[in-house]
Ligand binder design. Sequence first.
Ligand SMILES: N[C@@H](CCC(=O)N[C@@H](CS)C(=O)NCC(=O)O)C(=O)O
Length: 208
Amino acid sequence: MKLHVAPPSPRAFKVLAVARYLDLDFELCPVDILNGAHQRPEFAALNPNKKMPVLEDDGFVLWESNAICQYLAAKKPERGLLPSDPRGRADVSRWQFWDSAHWDPACATLVFERMLKKVFGQGDPSPAQVAKGEEEVRRFGGVLNGSLAGRRFLCGDQLTVADFWVGAWRNYSQPAAYPIGDLREIKRWYAGLMELPAWRESIVAPPF
Ligand SMILES: N[C@@H](CCC(=O)N[C@@H](CS)C(=O)NCC(=O)O)C(=O)O
């Protein structure tokens, strides 16, 4: 199995952390986004969106980080990352869609404006985009914080793929200055995720 990833990205982080948590055998194939590797025809043939991460598994090609995490989780059902009962599965799906619709775009706005924009030669952060990102991270961070109260993990006592999807963005809370430093449930939950060796091993500092 191959994972085509740019490891500092939260979207790469989550697939690597799930694969490592599950002790799956894989080859890490670095995608040099800074030098446009994702634009090359051989990469576009794997993912026509020209975005990483991408998984290749014995002829099966899959893109979209949350779908990849789910596929990996399904390889080891005994590890419990993907519940099989209807309510447990629906709860995990809820966080998948919430992440894709709200949390990922909100956090990505601040990561892009405050960390990546300069690296891609796109100038200073836009005050309007920063304000929008802050408002959304505060709003949805409040939802996340409230939902975590009384729960060890996002979907209860059991670690699931939802923790990887949503928690991946928390890795950049400080450098991207998310306005959620005072939210205690998120802090407590994230400290628990950081206790997982697979989580810690998958955090890669950006090369800038
Ligand atoms: N929804 C996609 C987003 C993937 C994505 O945006 N990847 C970024 C890096 S974090 C990328 O490859 N960007 C290159 C580009 O858009 O040109 C996923 O979760 O896999």
